[in-house]
Design a binder for this molecule. Sequence first.
Ligand SMILES: [Zn+2]
Ligand SMILES: [Zn+2]
Length: 327
Amino acid sequence: MRAMVLEAPGTPLRLRERDDPIPGAKQIRIKVSACGVCRTDLHVLDAELPDIKYPIIPGHEIVGRVDALGADVATHRIGDRVGIPWLGATCGVCRYCQGGTENLCDHPTFTGYTRDGGFASHTIADARFAFQLGELGDDVAVAPLLCAGLIGWRSLVMAGDAERLGIYGFGAAGHIVAQVARWQGRSVYAFTREGDSAAQNFARSLGAVWAGPSDRMPDALLDAAIIYAAAGELVPAALRAVRKGGRVVCAGIHMSDIPSFPYDILWGERQLVSVANLTRQDGVDFLKVAAAAGIRTQTTAFPLTEANEVIARLRRGELLGAAVLVP
Ligand SMILES: [Zn+2]
Ligand SMILES: [Zn+2]
């Protein structure tokens, strides 16, 4: 197999050849056909998350076909088209696993972070955490659904029944969630980096009723806002933009420090919450919604070997929608 490997913190990915991995019990091997690039991959590359396994193959928006089965796999067959998400496996016994919030498991593994992911020609996954994709979309178009879509969906559910919904950071997750929100009959307000007219026009083309820089107040107070960008200063900005009783959802795994803010902007029963990871049920629910809503992802495909250049472009905010690597 070939893979783009992160061998130490802060170093570029390196192309490596390895022996094909052998699936263990309850595992499947996947021949990767596409793997999306997510902002979380930047946090792994920059060692902004704790306990990264080195060397690690990043990538947790994997689409491919099962090409080998380990022992005790009854759920998948050779040739099945599957999606491998961020949640690699859970312990199954902690209070969170037992209580229906396996996204908060005390002993999880995460794809492309604590177990090898999809910036590769092949990868191993726990069959119990692999989604059957059937014939949904083409491989490149579906890849961003596996994290941007799925965790985007969890954050949208967390936003409650908000009619006027703000989206801070209009990238891979934002452009998917905006489509779902529109399909549900909500009004979308898109907040981007100052001067990013490409992203603002993109948001309007997807039905946003308002688009502007993230430090501007929208023309009406929001019922809820979801923050996908990793900038802590967006928290007070979003709190100022929501009405009394409104909710601000932080959907990123990492954020720069949140500046202090006057209690006034939280007062009035505004709520500030975070979303962590995903449950398998989120995946089942969202993949149905994605098909029903006819979500069309905006993607650009690149060869796997260009991963470092793609990551640099993502950092500079140069990519519209989602980038996808193809081995
Ligand atoms: Zn657990
Ligand atoms: Zn992700």
